[in-house]
Design a protein around this ligand. Structure first.
Ligand code: ATP
Ligand code: MG
Length: 204
């Protein structure tokens, strides 16, 4: 059913697993851009992550649900994990637009991911449909981002808004490595997500 919202955030990611870096970036964007809701959308089969075996979408979706439960502004959607084939952001944004007609959409990404945006499918249409909030994460300074965007048309560049978030050097890669090596992951991600990983034996 279509819903009325003025400003809506989308946080996309593989979320294998979701961690405080994602949550801090989304909450920062929610506050800075007065978003009424942020929908976390775990990717089904990300076209760019073909090298490594990605956890079952079901696990990633449940961990995302567990992670957002304590924030009344956060929600999840399984549209990507249910869609067959590769996940393209363009299809997701089109679908979200149909669900929330008239809402201004803010797609929240890390500055590393936004640097790849130029390789994304239908990037021009994407930039027409939504704003991109580029959260800086360690190692991806904003100056770098501006230089990389120098090549693209100014009307599209203005759709990409840099946002400073507290530098959290947390990544899913690091968390997976820690689990594998038996090092602690406590305080890097919400406790229910940690419990889920340990109970299901993920990343062993
Ligand atoms: P991986 O290490 O497997 O690539 P990841 O930690 O980068 O995982 P993703 O699911 O790939 O997590 O990221 C989803 C989105 O969240 C991307 O836009 C990414 O740039 C952003 N992101 C991830 N970690 C952080 C962080 N610590 N701070 C800010 N943004 C982040
Ligand atoms: Mg990543």
């Amino acid at each position: 059913m279509a819903q009325t919202l003025k400003r809506l955030g989308i946080m996309g990611g593989t979320f294998d697993p979701i961690h405080y870096g994602h949550l801090v970036a989304a909450e920062g964007a929610r506050h800075a851009f007065q978003l009424e809701k942020v929908i976390f959308i775990p990717a089904g089969r990300p076209p760019h992550k073909t090298g490594r075996k990605i956890s079952d979408p079901h696990h990633r979706w449940i961990m995302t649900e567990l992670a957002v439960a304590s924030n009344p502004y956060f929600d999840t959607s399984s549209i990507e994990v249910e869609r067959p084939g590769y996940s393209y952001t363009i299809d997701t944004v089109r679908e979200v637009r149909n669900l929330y007609p008239g809402a201004e959409i803010f797609f929240i990404t890390g500055a590393d991911a936004v640097l790849e945006i130029l390789n994304w499918k239908n990037v021009n249409e994407l930039l027409e449909m939504c704003w991109f909030i580029a959260a800086t994460r360690p190692g991806y300074p904003l100056g770098n981002l501006k230089r990389r965007l120098a090549g693209i048309s100014p009307e599209y560049v203005k759709r990409i808004i840099p946002m400073e978030v507290p530098a959290l050097a947390i990544s899913s890669t690091e968390i997976r490595a820690r689990v594998q090596e038996g090092r602690p992951i406590k305080y890097l991600l919400p406790e229910p997500v940690e419990a889920y990983i340990l109970n299901r034996g993920l990343y062993k």
